[in-house]
Write a protein that binds this ligand. Structure first.
Ligand code: ZN
Length: 144
């Protein structure tokens, strides 16, 4: 059954991440430091290197890979919720090289910012908490 909860926009913020920062860690820190526990994020810019994950549905484990080159962030989309009592950012990213070839995946620690502009929307609403999901092996939002 589909889970559906109503949320309301509480605020919209725009910002720029520091050069050389870790993309996922920095977005997570922005959320933690501002008590954001429910929201969404989008961003664009460029990275010096990327580390992305691909979830193998058979082994139920993430495979991580590194793209060791400067790439454009053509899209980053993510949500903010709660895992183990902490703000958690779940984001996917699409990156492009000098020929416009695209790479994508689950944003992991190890992606270094060259330049990044983001929009963060904060929501008011029921807590969305992550918990281990037996079927997928992933930390998904709890039902109810
Ligand atoms: Zn993911």
């Amino acid at each position: 059954m589909t889970m559906l909860k109503e949320v309301k926009s509480k605020g919209l913020y725009m910002g720029k991440l520091p050069h050389g920062s870790d993309l996922l860690d920095e977005i997570t820190a922005v959320c933690s430091q501002n008590q954001v526990r429910l929201g969404r994020i989008e961003a664009l810019g460029a990275v010096r290197q990327a580390r992305l994950g691909y979830y193998d549905q058979n082994t139920r484990e993430y495979e991580f890979f590194i793209l060791d080159q400067g790439l454009e962030i053509t899209n980053l989309v993510g949500n903010v919720s709660v895992k183990d009592g902490q703000s958690m950012v779940h984001a996917h990213i699409t990156l492009a090289d000098s020929a416009g070839r695209a790479f994508g995946g689950h944003l992991a620690q190890g992606t270094k910012v060259f330049a990044c502009e983001f929009v963060l929307e904060v929501f008011d609403g029921p807590a969305m908490e992550r918990d281990y999901d037996e079927i997928t092996g992933l930390p998904l939002w709890k039902d109810g």
